[in-house]
Structure formats: C-alpha cells, structure tokens
Design a protein around this ligand. Structure first.
Ligand code: TEU
Ligand code: CA
Length: 562
C-alpha cells in the first residue's frame, strides 16, 4: 500500500460562525480561529476542516456562495485567510476548505446572468425547465430542506432546480464551460497551500430523467434523493474533477456522499476513486425514519449500531480508509443521540470517544465534542436560526403534527444543536464574544467549557488528547492507524468490543454501553492496560489467562492482548 501523508491524521472540524469571535460582533471569524490555534495544537490535531468561509449572503451559513474567490466579510479578509493558513502551518496544522460546488448562491453573478434571459451565455450554468402544462413545477421533486425543488422565475417563465433552498440553485454539471470555471477556482485555492477539501453534497451533481417520482409524503412530493443522488454517469464527472484538480496536488479529499450502496461507496473512495475518503452516514442516521415517517424517531439498539459500524469498517477495509465520526455541523450532538439524557456523564462521554477514535480510519472531531458539548432545547422556534430547521418545522405542521410534537423533533434533530457557540469559559457569552452571539448559547456553558476542561486532568478534553496521542505518538500507533479491524461480541446487547491487529500484535477495545455492570468473558490473555475511563481503578485482576471481568457502568478499556 502506498502510504499517504494523511493516513494517521486526526481532523478537527470548525464551524466558523460559532467558533470564536475576535471583533465582538457576535459572529465567529477567521481571526478568532487564529487566536485558538494553540488550543487546537494542544489537543494534538493535524488538520482543520473549515466549513465554508467564502463570500455568501449566509442563507445557509456559507453553504450558499456568491463569490468563490472572496472571503465572507463577516469572517474577515483574504489576508486573514492567508494568515490562518500560515499560522496553522507553523504549528504543523493543515487547512482543508469546504468545497460547495453542487450549487451556488442565487446572488452569484453567474446566476444573476443566467436568470436574465433564455439566451444568456450563462443560462446553461444552471438547470432551467419549462412548467408542466398546468403551470406547475416540471417534476414533483421535494428539496432536501422541504417544499418543491423548483422555483418559478417570472423573468423567463421557467423553473430552476435547487436540491436545497431556493437561494441555492444547482449548477449544471453537464455544461463544460461551467465545469472549467469550477476546476479553475479549485486550483486557485489549492495554489494557496490548502491541505485538502471536504466536498459538499457532491452526490447530487448528476441529474437524470426529470420525471415525476413516486410520492412519498403528505405534501404530495417525492424526495429528490431518488432522482438526483448518485446517478449513472456521476463517476465520469468526478473523475474529470479529480484529473483536472486534486490529482495534481498532495492533498486529502473527503466527499460528503449520501448512499446506502456499499459498491458506490467503494467506487468513490480510495486511490482509484475520485476522492480519498467519503463520509458514510449509516451509523449517525440510524435514528432517522425514511419516507413519510421521517419526523418520527426511529428505534434502534446497540446491536444495530454495531452492525452499522462494522459494515462501514468492512466497506473501507484494505486499501481504503473509513472516516470516523459521531458529529458534524448537520448532526445533533452525539451524547444526546447515543445516550439517555440521565446517563450523560464524564464516563459515558469518554466511552463514546474511545469507541470511534480507536477504529480503523481517519477520525473527525467536531468543535465542542472534545469538551462534551450537548444539544439545546430552545422553547421558541424563533430562537432557531437554521433554515433546514424551519423547513422541517413547517413540513411537520403541514403533516398534521402539533406544535409540541414538532418541538420534540426540533430538539432531537435540529442542526442548531451543534451550532451553538463554542463554550470557552463560564464568562459572559461563554467567552465566545463580548456581544450577544448570533445564535443563543447552550445554558450549560457555566459547567461545560474549555477552561474547566483544561483545569481538570480527568476531563473529556484530556481523554481526547490521550486518544489522539495513542494514534500519533505511542507504541501502538501503527496498530491503531493501520491494523485490521475485527468485531467481537456482535450479538451482545450491552457491549461494544473489537480487536485491532497488525503483524501479530493485538489490541482489544471493550466498552460497556450501558449504565449498569456488565460481565465480559473473552478468551484473550491481557498483557497490558493501555487506556481506561476509570483511571483510579485497580486493574491487576485483569492480568489473567482469560478476560473475565465485570465492567462498571460505561467502563471502557483498551488492552494489549495475546
Ligand atoms: O449537506 C448535505 C445534506 O444532504 C444535508 O443537508 C443533510 O441531509 C441535512 O443536513 C440533514 O439535516 C451539506 C452541508 O453539510 C449542509 O450543511 C448544507 O446545508 C447542505 O450541504 C447544502 O450545501
Ligand atoms: Ca466577528
């Protein structure tokens, strides 16, 4: 296997708007990130994935770009961005940007041109279609944020397509000139010394058919997913993207790819595919129902979670690598998803950390995860800023849910759960800003914050630091980074356990997912105890011919075994 420079990397995701505000306007910014580089260095990460900072009207917090060659004013300037790249580099940290090229903002000059007339040279940069005979949208596709995926434009009496919000028109990848413009901007940014890209919503760039699909909701629409995700021919487009851009640089790329098809995933990731890595969402979306039931919480149990995790490991075994993550800016906080509210504590949080960080792949830590930040419950829907949350709220009301039920859905799944400002201290506004933040804080910042974490040797922060160190600088790094993954105790309803193995050396991770004592019995001889979330415990009893042991609630151990 050709080793890549990033194979042992740990990546930290920053959502700039919520990370740190340097000029006290209530909005996080690039200089705010520069101020916190030493903190990130202390944690030990290698790469930062920066959610979009390009010029944008901010309908979707930067996932709606109106100029790919400029930085959003509220985040700073191009000089700030260059300084961030340079300052990060001084600390051995690389910067990955977020490449949003499935769509642009409707305020992009291309779209402004495109909508002017049917024969405008930029018309074909976007996807325009005639109305149906009765004037209704060309197809019954539902956008991902709710409502029709088509918006009518008076000027030319046609509809344009948007997979996401109407302010995010989809770019027409069938247009060669458009593709060349995209490659040009990608290379322009790579020449600034980026370490790579996270590539947004890339499964949607190829559309096919433009036909009505089977209705799957009370709104009479059909999810756009079926019609425009991972369509035949998408690989040709992506291979061209790679050949014209990524392949000429020593970078790492990770694609956001929604599919349940293992083969598709494998085609996308790895040396032969268009991307180095892909995000696979099977394990984080296991609480979501599909089709018309999508508001309902889906029941799941630990056995199913393990199946999904193991399936992911299998999909990216061998030459590929999995992405390891519990959280990102679209997901609620992991503690609230995987643990019962009364069971969230330092031990259970560390358990979750160890379980994902010690698998085979590239770990992604989302800002605040390293200190145990959790979901919020704003009483008033107006306190939510995310457009997808409001879309979901409206859809659910239309589907006949009452307000209380809808708020339950919002509390469980709103993307704002993970977007509340970073909790730096117990000072006013959590030390995030001296001004009122753009999104309300989680009131628990008084207890849960970076300052508290740094004071306490047993904090979640230091546990993450330890996990990173095991991967980066320890006698076990090669096994953890590269060793084979073998699931154990697949049908145990309480425990997660797996083996990691390289050249005859073996590590065993055992985690009690439950708030009760659980027995573990395995035929391995323990040689060493490498890590535990019960640091005060006396483990001499473990050093026996067999692993027969009573795990305390949420107890998690990493062992060297024979
Ligand atoms: O997300 C794509 C995507 O499909 C998600 O919107 C997901 O379905 C949803 O967030 C679940 O609630 C990417 C970005 O990660 C997201 O933040 C953007 O809003 C979206 O693309 C549009 O650019
Ligand atoms: Ca600011």
């Amino acid at each position: 296997m050709t080793e890549k420079w990033w194979h042992d990397s740990v990546i930290y995701q920053i959502y700039p708007k919520s990370f740190n505000d340097s000029n006290n306007d209530g909005i996080g910014d690039l200089r705010g990130i520069i101020e916190k580089l030493d903190y990130l260095n202390r944690l030990g990460i290698d790469l930062i994935w920066l959610s979009p900072v390009f010029s944008s009207p901010m309908k979707d917090n930067g996932y709606d770009i109106d100029d790919y060659y400029a930085i959003a004013e509220q985040f700073g300037s191009m000089e700030d961005m260059e300084e961030l790249i340079a300052e990060a580099d001084k600390r051995g940290i690389g910067i990955m940007m977020d490449l949003v090229i499935n769509h642009s903002s409707d305020q992009h000059r291309w779209f402004k041109e495109s909508r002017k007339s049917k024969d405008n040279p930029k018309r074909d940069y976007y996807i325009w279609k005639e109305p149906k005979a009765d004037g209704s949208p060309p197809t019954n596709w539902r956008s991902i944020f709710g409502g029709s995926a088509w918006t009518y434009d008076q000027q030319t009496e046609q509809y344009y397509l948007h997979t996401f919000a109407e302010e995010q028109p989809d770019l027409n990848w069938e247009n060669k000139e458009l593709r060349q413009e995209l490659y040009q901007l990608v290379n322009w940014w790579l020449d600034k010394g980026l370490a790579g890209f996270r590539v947004d919503a890339i499964s949607y760039i190829k559309k096919s058919g433009f036909k009505d699909q089977e209705v799957n909701g009370p709104d009479g629409l059909s999810s756009i997913f079926e019609a425009s995700a991972n369509q035949p021919g998408i690989l040709n487009l992506l291979d061209e993207l790679k050949a014209e851009t990524f392949s000429n640089y020593q970078i790492v790329t990770v694609a956001e790819l929604y599919t349940e098809d293992n083969k598709r995933m494998q085609e996308f990731a790895g040396d032969a595919g268009p991307f180095d890595l892909v995000f696979d969402f099977r394990h984080v979306d296991l609480d979501l129902s599909e089709g018309s039931e999508w508001f309902k919480a889906r029941d799941w149990d630990l056995i199913e979670l393990k199946e999904r995790l193991n399936e992911i490991q299998k999909t990216y075994a061998g030459k590929r690598r999995a992405t390891l993550f519990w959280e990102n800016h679209d997901q609620p906080r992991s503690l609230n998803k995987y643990l019962n509210e009364t069971e969230i504590n330092e031990r259970s949080i560390k358990m979750l950390a160890a379980v994902f960080m010690l698998q085979r792949g590239i770990p992604f830590i989302y800002q605040g995860q390293e200190i145990g930040m959790s979901n919020v419950k704003f009483e008033n829907i107006d306190d939510y800023q995310d457009l997808a949350t409001h879309g979901l709220y409206q859809e659910a009301l239309k589907a006949g849910y009452d307000k209380e039920e809808v708020m339950e859905v919002v509390w469980r799944r709103s993307r704002d759960n993970s977007r509340t400002p970073m909790q730096w201290s117990d000072a006013e506004n959590a030390g995030f800003s001296e001004a009122e933040p753009w999104l309300k804080l989680n009131p628990n910042y008084q207890q849960i914050n970076v300052e508290e974490n740094l004071k306490d040797d047993n904090s979640v922060f230091y546990f993450y630091k330890e996990l990173i160190k095991l991967r980066k600088n320890s006698p076990y790094q090669e096994i953890i980074v590269d060793g084979k993954y073998q699931p154990l105790l697949k049908s145990d309803p309480n425990l997660i356990a797996y083996l990691r193995e390289k050249e005859g050396e073996r590590l065993l991770l055992a985690a009690n997912f439950k708030n009760k004592e659980v027995e573990i019995n395995l035929d391995y001889q323990v040689e060493e105890i490498i890590l535990s979330n019960y640091p005060e415990f006396d483990y001499r009893a473990l050093k026996a011919k067999r692993l027969d042991y009573q795990l305390s609630p949420f107890e998690t151990i990493l062992l060297k075994v024979k």
